[in-house]
Structures are given as structure tokens and as C-alpha cells.
Write a protein that binds this ligand. Structure first.
Ligand code: LMR
Length: 401
């Protein structure tokens, strides 16, 4: 029955992790997958997560029963409040609903599957060029025609704002646009607040539907409110929208798959009916969401002292990344590496889009045992004071030759 099944290509991001693990060279560096590392290049279990873990461990009332289909209400409510903000008009007016999902990917998938069934305005979904490799997969899987909007301008190494706006204007009315709430993956380039205002204006005029992907709240700038600014701005303007939230990066809960899909609708009745359909969908796909990661997030978001401590842990992570950007920039300048490198410190979040081309990436891998995606994206968290000199020399070499 399966003789004609073609071989699927390996995943562009996780195949790097596999290659890195198999590599025996002592100098090897993994700047492929976006996962935080300490300066010792070890995975980081947030101290506040350890505390929540201890609370769970000592809670004799806990059991292993099913969670509700839409997840634990205290968790989904706290997650929606985290992204929309305490004083959100949408929360005040009770037109928000939320469903617990399998991290960011599950959240985007759940939202996309719902839209493919119930969103009647357009079959077109626009993703940024470039974007996270999984966006296209997820939307194509549920039957959308996936188009791209220009985002990165290789000449300025910044946002291609005018072309992005132009494409939004030319797109059929009511198209779905996937927007990165903050810390754009892979470029690390975010619109300024002025640019977000321009984006919202054209999206409103065209009746486009914003679907925000928010995987880095608090992780990008170290400030939870600042990183949520764009989403909140759209809500204040009265948009209906979806926000996919991942707690992989900002809680360091990569493997636990704790996520949430927040829905902002026009009315409480709309929010309720949408949730009922999402629950029906969820039942057919995963029945009930997993408990462990979401319990940790639930404890932290709902306890003022732990919440305050979480913010400190977030600052440590974002500061280490900002410091690595500065150190990489300084080294490339010291080496006199041809080209301009200020984009490395200008960009924000987990990634830097270095501008390295695929043939240079190949040399980085083959000669230096440095693993990064072919588009030249590096995860800043894979660099540390231990390997930054080696990394900068490798970049210097591939740029010169
Ligand atoms: C990444 O972009 O490296 C991360 O978001 C991990 C993933 O799921 O691809």
C-alpha cells in the first residue's frame, strides 16, 4: 500500500540538531534551533519553573485525570490576560475566549483548522517572506492558498515596509495575514510602532484578518507589555483577531508543549460560539490538552510573587542574548570583517539574520562544524563567551573567501 509514498524532506531546523548531536568535533556549535542556552551552553531550567515544579510535586490533591477539552480555565484566562493586558477592552467586554493548545504550533494549527472551516471571506493566507519554516506547512495542510508578503530587505538589512504595505493593499479583501507579534523569526526585525500603525490602517481598510504568532513575549525585550504592544494596539482599534501563544521560550518549557490560542471576537456570543467549535475540533484531534506544562504556567501566572520572579528570569535570558549580540558585533569589527554588522545589534529576540548566503553556511558547517539554517539565521542563544571568538573567526573567514 505504501510503495509509492515519496520520501519527505528532513525538517530544516530539527535536522540541524540531529547533525550537531552526531558531530564529534569539540569545537562544534549549534546556532540552529531557537532554544535558550546558558553561558555554559546548557539548557536553562528557569528558577521560577523549579519552584512551581516543587509546588506541583508536593500537592497531594493533584491527580492524573483528564483536563477539560479547552484546558484549565485559570490557565487559559491568565494566558489571554498576559497577551491582551490587564485593562484590555476586549476582556472587559467579555468578547475573549481561549483554548489550551499544543504549544505554538498546535495553537496555529487549531486556529488555521478553524478558519479553514468557518472563515468565508478568503482562501488566501499571507505569510512573511521569510518566515518560520512551519507557517507554510500548517496553513497549507488545512487547505489555504499560502502567499507571501515582502518583509526583509537584504539591501538595508531591515524591514521592506513599503513593499509589505503594497502587498497588503493588493491582496484580496479579507485575506488572512500571519503577523509575528514581536521578535520576528527568522529576521529579528520588527516593525516600529509607527509602522505597525500603518499596517493596521491598511489591514482595516482591506478587511484583512490578523492572526498573530506570539512565541517570544517577554523574551524579546525583557518587558512583557512592550512585546505585546502590537497585539494590544490592534485590539484597541477594534479588530477581531487570533493570537497563538507559545510558552516554550519564555518559560523554557520546550518539551512540555504548553500553548494557548486567544480569540478576540466582536461580541461575547461570537466568542462563545467560536470556542464551541474549537472545542469540537480539539476533541477530534487531541481530546484533551496535556497537563504538566500548563500547570506550571498556571501556577506562575496566578501567583504575584512567582510572576515577579518570572519577570526577573526573563530579563536574565533577554539580557544574555543582547550581550551576545554586542560581543559578536565587537569581534567582527575588531577583525575588520568586510561588510556592515550593526544589524546584529539592531535585531531583536532569539535570532539574528546574519546575511550569510547558503554557500557560506555550507562552509560554516563543513569546515567549522557550526550548524545554522541555510537562510543565514543564527540562534543568538547558541553563542556564549566560550565560543564567540571561534564563531566570529569562522564568519570572518567565510565572508572573506
Ligand atoms: C525555531 O524556529 O528554531 C524554533 O521555533 C523551534 C521550532 O519549532 O522550529
Amino acid at each position: 500500500a505504501f510503495q509509492t509514498v515519496p520520501q519527505a524532506p528532513a525538517d530544516v531546523i530539527f535536522s540541524l540538531t540531529a547533525g550537531f548531536k552526531a558531530d564529534t568535533n569539540p569545537n562544534k556549535i549549534n546556532v540552529g534551533v531557537g532554544a535558550f542556552r546558558t553561558d555554559e551552553l546548557k539548557p536553562y531550567v528557569l528558577p521560577v519553573v523549579k519552584k512551581a515544579d516543587a509546588i506541583l510535586f508536593n500537592d497531594a490533591s493533584l491527580d492524573h485525570e483528564y483536563l477539560p477539552i479547552a484546558g484549565t480555565p485559570s490557565y487559559t484566562k491568565a494566558a489571554a490576560k498576559l497577551i491582551l493586558g490587564e485593562g484590555s477592552p476586549a476582556i472587559r467586554e467579555n468578547r475573549v475566549s481561549a483554548i489550551q493548545t499544543i504549544s505554538g504550533t498546535g495553537s496555529i494549527h487549531t486556529g488555521a483548522a478553524f478558519l479553514s472551516q468557518f472563515y468565508k471571506k478568503s482562501r488566501k493566507c499571507y505569510i512573511s517572506k521569510p518566515t518560520w519554516a512551519n507557517h507554510r506547512n500548517v496553513f497549507a495542510l488545512v487547505g489555504f492558498e499560502v502567499e507571501e508578503y515582502p518583509y526583509w530587505n537584504p539591501e538595508t538589512r531591515g524591514l521592506n515596509y513599503d513593499a509589505m504595505i503594497q502587498t497588503m493593499q493588493n491582496a484580496p479583501n479579507g485575506s488572512i495575514f500571519i503577523l509575528h507579534a514581536c521578535a520576528h523569526n527568522p529576521t529579528g526585525v520588527d516593525p516600529t510602532q509607527e509602522q505597525w500603525k500603518g499596517i493596521a490602517e491598511v489591514m482595516r481598510a482591506k478587511g484583512h484578518f490578523p492572526f498573530f504568532d506570539c512565541a517570544y513575549q517577554g523574551f524579546a525585550s525583557g518587558d512583557l507589555d512592550r512585546d505585546a504592544w502590537a497585539v494590544r494596539y490592534f485590539v484597541d482599534l477594534g479588530f477581531e483577531l487570533f493570537v497563538a501563544q507559545s510558552f516554550a521560550k519564555n518559560f523554557g518549557l520546550y518539551g512540555e508543549r504548553a500553548g494557548n490560542l486567544t480569540i478576540v471576537a466582536k461580541s461575547p456570543a461570537d466568542a462563545g460560539r467560536v470556542l464551541s467549535q474549537l472545542e469540537k475540533l480539539q476533541r477530534s484531534e487531541i481530546s484533551n490538552p496535556p497537563a504538566y506544562g500548563s500547570r506550571i504556567v498556571d501556577i506562575i501566572l496566578n501567583d504575584p510573587a512567582l510572576y515577579a520572579e518570572w519577570k526577573e528570569n526573563l530579563k536574565y535570558m533577554s539580557n544574555r542574548i543582547i550581550s551576545m549580540r554586542k560581543q559578536l558585533y565587537d569581534r567582527l569589527i575588531e577583525l575588520g570583517t568586510p561588510g556592515t554588522w550593526n544589524h546584529i545589534t539592531d535585531q531583536i529576540g532569539m535570532f539574528s539574520f546574519t546575511g550569510l548566503k547558503a554557500p557560506q553556511v555550507k562552509v560554516m558547517k563543513e569546515k567549522y562544524h557550526i550548524y545554522l539554517t541555510d537562510n543565514g539565521r543564527i540562534s543568538m542563544a547558541g553563542l556564549s563567551t566560550k565560543n564567540i571568538d571561534y564563531f566570529a573567526r569562522a564568519v570572518d573567514d567565510v565572508v572573506r573567501n
